[in-house]
Design a protein around this ligand. Structure first.
Ligand code: AHM
Ligand code: MG
Length: 338
């Protein structure tokens, strides 16, 4: 078979770097290392259904290694590779309470916050899951980084992206110059540019929310969702519901097909008064991507996600994100109503 000559992600990263003569190549190096980690996780995710079959009693695989839970394995894969990539000074992961130090002598100028496998409830049921990442430039001078290097606004992210392990594996990322999507050709092990310059569809007909929580919502949320369900041909209502339960997969679909995703604060769990999703490695990177694609991301009371000053590594936040027109309408209808 003659394969068309596609643009690989490495080539795309190098081409973008060329537009910045002052660039040192460190960010390109960092992204490339992260992509290798993602390809490794993708291979593991594809084999996940076989893990129990190939392993003995689900505990040891054919190589004689322990079969690990997939999210643990994804966490270790990123942590080990990135700790000695030479471009980072510290990391934070959804799976770890504290910051993750990098290997001594390998300290660099960037930080990495990541969710190794978003959509944990979907891991065992063959539904799309993925890795989310957010990169900042360090604040402190040199050596090992500190928590303050990670606690920075989403607005000053240097790069953000995600890898979705779905019917195909895709990488979507931004460095603040548009959003680009690449699809993995597993036979070659390369990501090829498949979705250049992704633009969030202006308006949509889909909404994504866990409606099982509706009894715990604010009045404003009820009003907005009722509005979406009303009939009005001029505005394309009622909208259809689409909720996977992997934020990453829901947002990926919305980015391509249009839609609004909502995870508001609710009164269900007093331990999570700010909402469920985490600011640093879920809401902020996606807000950067969505804004770069022309969409909008706010909290349920109308604050721009990218302008929130983080105070904790695992800080939670409400998230209303999607096409600008839909988020604007949410704000008009629900804004400020308790
Ligand atoms: P996770 O990082 O442990 O997977 O949790 C985050 C996930 C999101 O991907 C998803 O949108 C949300 O939790 C689903 O939560 P719920 O089951 O409450 O609807
Ligand atoms: Mg998550």
């Amino acid at each position: 078979m003659n394969r068309p000559l596609g643009i690989t992600v490495s080539r795309h990263i190098m081409d973008s770097q060329r537009l910045h003569p002052e660039a040192t190549g460190e960010l390109s190096g960092l992204l490339s290392e992260l992509i290798v980690a993602a390809k490794t996780i993708s291979a593991e995710v594809n084999m996940a259904g076989l893990a129990d079959i190939l392993g003995q009693s689900g505990k040891v695989n054919v190589q004689g290694e322990q079969v690990q839970k997939l999210d643990d394995l994804a966490n270790k894969t990123i942590k080990r590779r990135m700790a000695q990539c030479g471009y980072l000074c510290t990391m934070a992961s959804e799976e770890e309470d504290d910051i993750i130090p990098v290997k001594e002598g390998y300290e660099g100028k960037y930080t990495l916050a990541f969710d190794p496998l978003d959509g944990s409830s979907n891991i065992d049921v063959n539904v799309s899951i993925g890795t989310i990442f957010s990169i900042h430039r360090r604040r402190s001078g040199s050596g090992q980084g500190d928590v303050v290097d990670l606690l920075q606004k989403g607005r000053v992210q240097v790069a953000a992206g995600y890898i979705i392990y779905g019917s195909s594996t895709m990488l979507v990322y931004t460095t603040g110059e548009g959003v680009h999507g690449f699809t993995l050709d597993p036979s070659v092990g390369e990501f090829y540019l498949s979705h250049p310059d992704i633009i969030f569809p202006e308006k949509s007909k889909y909404y994504s929310v866990n409606e099982g929580n509706s009894r715990y919502w604010s009045q404003g949320m009820h009003k907005y969702i009722d509005y979406l369900k009303d009939e009005d041909q001029a505005t394309g209502r009622p909208y259809s519901a689409r909720y996977i339960g992997s934020m990453l997969a829901d947002l990926h679909r919305n980015l391509i097909a249009g839609g609004i995703f909502l995870y508001p604060r609710d009164s269900k769990d007093p331990a999570k008064p700010e909402g469920k999703l985490r600011l640093l490695y879920e809401a902020a990177p996606f807000s950067f991507i969505v804004e770069q694609a022309g969409g909008r991301a706010i909290t349920d009371d109308g604050r721009d996600i990218l302008d929130i000053e983080p105070t904790g590594l695992h800080q939670r936040v409400s998230l209303i994100i999607g096409s600008k027109e839909d988020v604007d309408m949410y704000e008009r209808i629900a804004g400020g109503e308790k």
